[in-house]
Design a protein around this ligand. Sequence first.
Ligand SMILES: [Fe+2]
Length: 180
Amino acid sequence: MPIEEAHQLLNDWVSNERLRLHMKQVASVMKAWAIEKENANDHIASKWELAGLLHDADWEKYPDDHCRIIIEELERRNIDPDVIHCIASHGPGYFGVEPENTMDKMIYAFDELSGFVHAAALIRPTRYEGLEVKSVLKRLKAPAFAAQVSREDINDAIGRTGHSLEDIIQFIIDHQKTVI
Ligand SMILES: [Fe+2]
């Protein structure tokens, strides 16, 4: 699926701008990670990007069937099975599909943390500018901040990646700050 078609699907299915931004941010971080950390070529990097861009596409319209509907749609459109599995496994505690490869594990970690980092940026007058990892870590230790974000899921997701929480937060700060 060309990325333009994925953006079209996103615009058709998701009216909530914050949710669209969330998916664009995860897509940007996924693509950057594939290129910078996994030495991915354009084809592979575009799969990472696509998974990020569409992982919550059915959340707004079909909250009770989240994941199932977008997966059916992508299967109907003959999307790469790697992308479909990646989307299916982005919340193993909820959808019952385990992350297997690196792409699966990274979307799980980025999904959990991307919105949290964004929330931590939004409450600062200078937003992302000057946002440090330690201030995000401090917020993670404050249960009342973005209370809906499960710290348990974050720990689970990070533990599977083999990378440190600090490194992943820094990567997210660096790669989603320009996504608007
Ligand atoms: Fe998400």
